[in-house]
Each structure stands twice: as structure tokens, then as C-alpha cells.
Design a protein around this ligand. Structure first.
Ligand SMILES: NC(=O)c1ccc[n+]([C@@H]2O[C@H](COP(=O)([O-])OP(=O)(O)OC[C@H]3O[C@@H](n4cnc5c(N)ncnc54)[C@H](OP(=O)(O)O)[C@@H]3O)[C@@H](O)[C@H]2O)c1
Length: 342
């Protein structure tokens, strides 16, 4: 049994040497515990925040301890009345081959074994985040215009597809021409713009204006930085900005470093929010698990009959988790990033 531990707090972008693959021996199971052999675990942008020793909505990962992650696997030992050997479960397993989990923190999966990955992406936390943020804070109306960046990732692709189904004009922003083709051809976005083709936020705004001639009603915020800078002046009166993430700033640690944007000062941001009566709602999905069954009821049938599509970026081998995680922060992933153990 093995796990990946955090060995050093990254300065800026993480390096492979910030992590180590370590042997691990499962402790004796206490009452209610299960031992899970992982099939796969998820790599998500929020994990970068857990590497900083900074106050946040969740405690940082301690040095020399297992990196956090949601994972799925099979129960191989049980001291619980609720789980039997052979059950497939989801839990906070971490970056590891095996995990001991308490029964109350684990969800039994009603998914075919060949579809276990879905519980980490389209039908797991990221898909749920897109659905919740759009429906609760985006409040979409047919005929409106929505923009979302990281458009081909598990959050952005869910947001864009649900918005299309609700009758909105959907513009994606992604990091390559290939990703933009996927957004348009696979996920059905009306347009997708490659943000790496533009030197300045102003140039990106000029391009966006061609596809959003009536302004933007919903900006689903995944990335911040120059993309936020391009979009904020284009927001319509009574527009909504669900603030889901700001990945372009995650490597800036406590928001020093490269977290600046060229022209937007705090007074300009506040004035735009006031004058346009914008609703700007930050949300953390772990506050909202009580809505998860509604999400599954609505979205799982759409996934099963391919009305909602998804792509997964699967890498095999626990030892490849650090390199894969670093690549995801750089935009090298195509779809939901998953580490497969076997
Ligand atoms: N609030 C919550 O509870 C919650 C829950 C889940 C996720 N989130 C947030 O939602 C966002 C998307 O998550 P995800 O899991 O769907 O990620 P993802 O799309 O699978 O992966 C991250 C993507 O971010 C984009 N990116 C990275 N650096 C960027 C930069 N400087 N400028 C523009 N884009 C950049 C890259 O896409 P491109 O190559 O296309 O640019 C990269 O592929 C993240 O900010 C995440 O933290 C929040």
C-alpha cells in the first residue's frame, strides 16, 4: 500500500519534488471503519489551495501527510454494518492505493464498475458544482448570454451544456484551438475563444464583443485574472457572476505575486457591481451536499442517454499523480483529470 505525501509547500507553481511516494501500512480497523482498495481518484484545482499554509474554507494538508482527494474503490475489509466486502464506494481517500474510511463519511455507489470514474467528474463533485452554481446563482433565462472559461473541464462543460439546454447563447473560453473545437463540436457551445491567442484583456474583450453583441448576462467565474478583466465591463444590468474558482491566481499563494490585473482597481470593480446591480455570489460546493441527490436525479439520466457529454483525462499509476496535477494547473488536461490505480 502506498500514498503520496506533501513534502514541501510550493512557492508559486508546484514541483514534483514537493511530493513523495511513500509506503503505507493500514492501521487496525476500528468499529465502523472500512478498508478500501482504490480504483481511481480525482485531481482537482482546489488541491493547490490545500498546499498553502493560509487561512481558507478548509485546513491545509500538513507536511509529510497524505494529499487529499476524492476517490472511488472497492471495500476489501469491513468493520461496518453498512458496508460489505465487494461494495463500491466514494470517499475522501486521498492520493493513495488504499484508504481507511469511517462509514459515515462514505457513499455507496450505484454505478457499473466500468463507469466508476463518473463519480469523480460528470456525476461527482465538479459536475455537481457546475449544476449548483448555474441553477442557484446563475439563474439562467432563455435568450440570455453566458460566458464560462475552463470550458472543456468538468465544471465548465457542465455549465455550458446546461445553459444551452436552457436556451442561452453560450460562449466558452479555453486554452487551445483544439479545446475550443471540443467545446463547440462535442459540448455544443455556440462559440469558443482561445484565450492564449490574445496579448491583452482588451483584445480578448474586442473578440468577445463579436459573439456577445448584447453584452453578457452570466459570467460563470472559474479562472479570474485577465479573463475577468476582459469580461467585467461587458456585464449587463442585473447580470450574475457565480464565483466558483479563480485558477489563474492559485499559484500566487496568498494572492501576492502575479495576482494583479492590468486595469481593474477595487473602486472600478465595486462601481461596476453597483451601477450594473450585479449579483456576485461566491460558493463552496461542500456547503451544499444536501442538493446532491436532486442533481443526480436531474442530470444522471441526461448523462446516461448522452444528452450531457463529458471527457476524461485518465493517467494510470499513483506515482504519476504529482506530474499530472502540475500539468492540469497548466491546462494540459483534456477533460476531468483522474488517476487510475489499476
Ligand atoms: N467553488 C467550488 O466549490 C468549486 C468546486 C469545483 C471546482 N471549482 C473551481 O472550478 C474551476 C474549474 O474546475 P475544473 O475541475 O473544471 O478544472 P479543469 O477545467 O479540469 O482544469 C483546470 C483548467 O483551468 C484552466 N486554466 C488554468 N490556468 C489558467 C489561466 N491562467 N487562465 C485561464 N484558464 C486557466 C485550464 O483550462 P484551459 O486550458 O482551457 O485554459 C485548465 O485545464 C477551478 O477554478 C476550480 O477551483 C470550484
Amino acid at each position: 500500500m502506498q500514498e503520496i505525501q506533501l513534502k514541501a509547500r510550493p512557492e508559486g507553481a508546484p514541483k514534483e519534488s514537493d511530493f513523495a511516494l511513500v509506503d503505507w501500512i493500514a492501521p487496525e480497523l476500528a468499529s465502523g471503519d472500512i478498508l478500501v482498495e482504490l480504483d481511481c481518484f480525482s485531481l482537482d484545482p482546489y488541491m493547490r489551495g490545500r498546499m498553502d499554509d493560509a487561512k481558507s474554507y478548509s485546513a491545509p494538508v500538513a507536511l509529510n501527510s497524505r494529499m487529499e482527494a476524492g476517490g472511488v474503490g472497492r471495500v476489501i475489509q469491513s468493520a461496518s454494518d453498512r458496508f460489505e466486502v465487494g461494495d463500491y464506494v466514494f470517499g475522501l481517500t486521498g492520493w493513495a492505493s488504499h484508504a481507511v474510511l469511517q462509514e459515515k463519511s462514505v457513499r455507496k455507489l450505484d454505478i457499473a464498475p466500468e463507469h466508476l470514474n463518473r463519480a469523480l467528474g460528470v456525476l461527482g463533485m465538479p459536475g455537481f458544482t457546475g449544476w449548483f452554481g448555474l441553477t442557484q446563482h446563475g439563474r439562467p433565462n432563455a435568450g440570455e448570454t453566458l460566458v464560462v472559461a475552463a470550458a472543456t473541464g468538468p465544471v465548465g462543460s457542465m455549465v455550458g451544456q446546461l445553459a444551452k439546454r436552457a436556451g442561452l447563447r453560450v460562449i466558452g473560453i479555453a486554452g487551445s484551438d483544439q479545446k475550443c473545437q471540443v467545446a463547440e463540436n462535442e459540448f455544443g457551445f455556440d462559440h469558443c475563444i482561445n484565450h492564449r491567442s490574445f496579448e491583452t484583456a482588451k483584445a480578448l474583450r474586442t473578440e468577445l464583443a463579436q459573439y456577445a453583441p448584447d453584452g453578457i448576462d452570466i459570467y460563470f467565474e472559474n479562472v479570474a485574472g485577465p479573463i475577468l478583466e476582459a469580461i467585467l465591463p461587458m456585464m449587463n444590468v442585473h447580470g450574475r457572476i457565480p464565483v466558483c474558482g479563480m485558477i489563474s491566481w492559485y499559484n500566487a499563494g496568498r494572492l501576492g505575486g502575479d495576482a494583479s490585473i492590468e486595469t481593474l482597481s477595487a473602486p472600478k470593480i465595486w462601481r461596476t457591481i453597483l451601477v450594473n446591480r450585479l449579483s456576485v455570489n461566491g460558493f463552496i460546493i461542500s456547503d451544499h451536499w444536501d442538493h446532491f441527490s436532486n442533481f443526480l436525479t436531474e442530470v444522471a439520466p441526461l448523462v446516461n442517454n448522452e444528452q450531457i457529454k463529458f471527457i476524461e483525462d485518465v493517467t494510470t499509476g499513483l506515482e504519476n499523480a504529482p506530474k499530472t496535477f502540475i500539468g492540469m494547473l497548466e491546462g494540459k488536461n483534456h477533460g476531468k483529470t483522474v488517476i487510475k490505480l489499476r
